[in-house]
Design a protein. Structure first.
Length: 436
């Protein structure tokens, strides 16, 4: 088939739905996030064709469009099986790369993975995707006694075993990384920090909110931070800006708080892909408070669906309170915002409405965070004036909210509030001074 010279950066997006009208905004955004220029979109409403996903006539139309405009990549929003991939490939111009929704997401993840943990999760997801295809090659080739049956390539039973072995090794390494992160979180709590996590769908504005709330201080080891050039989390109007976790200090008057941003949720992810990235969500599962960020400018039905899916993901392992944050209120009027509050009340009781980009209502959000976090304990320590006393006073300043310090000739009285573990440790330090 002849036509314009194919360019791998030019993509045609295809989506089939059983009924209704196909929505292609998200898949087009994903393609653009991966670096493709979406030059055309084809949709079809019909039941799935087992051999081609779309109908024969639509495949011919797709091949014609690809050839005419020189698109070197075709992106299906539908999941393609090995058989469908092969059949479509034989009907498209030579050299066209065929991606489905999940291979596209994996490509984006691969581009964004900077830390060892993120890279392992991407590889795990890729292997989980490849495994059933490797199994299909073996079973189909054995059944028909023809290596390379259906154009799937030479089958090799050892490849299937290699994939399973590599998956096992990656899980072991991710478990070790997660144990290290658990120890780091425990140490942060022992140091008096409350842990707050940002969750929500990609492009809801989580990274923008992180930048609006966080102080310009990095916390933790380098591998725990997204490799930003800026002092706070990167923000951009594109999908999957954040793949790893980003942790920053959140300035509150009475508390020491660490705020963590994680990879955004996305609709219609298969279980194997969610499972591959569950360790990234460990920061959410182990937080003291979760801020579930929602794009308030989206239609009510879309917000409701995303809230349901988010709750299913979060409540599976999370025990911390969840506060819904309606972001981007600068893009909706008061009447629309009130309507959405009422319609979503069952899923998002008492949400906080903000605009992270405009800085609107951020003080109200800080007050809500302070109110929802675990209660602090009030303590009054009386310390004898010794050489070690000032180091204890300094330690309390670093780990608690100090209300007052009185310095006398023979003693120091420090009045503060802190997490119960910090209060207990301060009492232990005071006892050591008294015993000495």
């Amino acid at each position: 088939m002849t036509g314009a010279q194919l360019s791998p950066d030019r993509a045609v997006v295809v989506k089939r739905v059983d009924e209704g009208t196909a929505e292609t905004t998200e898949i087009s955004g994903l393609a653009e996030a991966a670096g493709y220029a979406v030059v055309d979109v084809l949709t079809q409403t019909r039941s799935a064709d087992p051999a081609l996903q779309i109908g024969e006539g639509k495949v011919e139309e797709l091949a014609s469009v690809v050839s005419r405009i020189g698109a070197g990549t075709v992106v299906f929003d539908n999941r393609l099986g090995p058989y469908q991939t092969y059949n479509l490939g034989t009907r498209l111009p030579d050299g066209v790369e065929l991606l489905d929704r999940f291979t596209l997401i994996l490509e984006i993840f691969g581009q964004r993975a900077q830390t060892r943990k993120a890279q392992l999760q991407v590889e795990l997801a890729e292997l989980r995707y490849e495994l059933p295809r490797a199994e299909a090659k073996v079973s189909l080739a054995k059944r028909d006694e023809r290596p390379g049956f259906m154009g799937l390539g030479e089958y090799d039973e050892s490849r299937e075993q290699d994939i399973k072995a590599r998956i096992s090794r990656i899980r072991d390494e991710l478990d070790r990384i997660e144990k290290t992160e658990d120890e780091r979180r425990a140490e942060r709590r022992r140091s008096g920090f409350d842990l707050v996590a940002l969750a929500g769908y990609t492009n809801a504005g989580k990274s923008t909110l992180m930048q609006a709330l966080a102080a310009d201080l990095e916390v933790g080891e380098n591998e725990d931070l997204h490799p930003d050039l800026d002092p706070t989390a990167e923000q951009a109007d594109k999908l999957f800006t954040t793949l790893g976790t980003t942790t920053r200090r959140l300035e509150l008057e009475r508390r020491q708080v660490l705020l963590t941003d994680t990879v955004g949720f996305i609709s219609d992810l298969p279980h194997w892909l969610v499972e591959s990235f569950k360790s990234t969500l460990s920061s959410v599962y182990h937080a003291d408070l979760v801020l579930l960020v929602v794009d308030a400018a989206e239609p009510i039905d879309d917000i409701r669906e995303k809230l349901v899916t988010s709750h299913d993901t979060l409540y599976e392992r999370n025990e911390a309170p969840i506060v819904t944050v309606l972001n981007k209120i600068d893009q909706v009027d008061d009447a629309e915002l009130a309507e959405k509050r009422d319609a979503l009340a069952a899923l998002a009781p008492d949400p906080v409405a903000i605009s992270a980009s405009e800085g609107e209502n951020l003080d109200a959000l800080r007050e809500r965070i302070d109110a929802e976090l675990p209660d602090r304990q009030r303590e009054r320590l009386v310390l004898p004036m010794t050489e070690e006393t000032m180091s204890v006073v300094s330690w309390v300043h670093d780990h608690a909210h100090v209300e007052d310090v009185e310095y006398g000739d023979e003693e120091v009285v420090i009045d503060f509030e802190a997490r119960p573990t910090i209060v207990e440790k301060s009492r232990s330090k005071a006892s050591e001074i008294v015993r000495a």
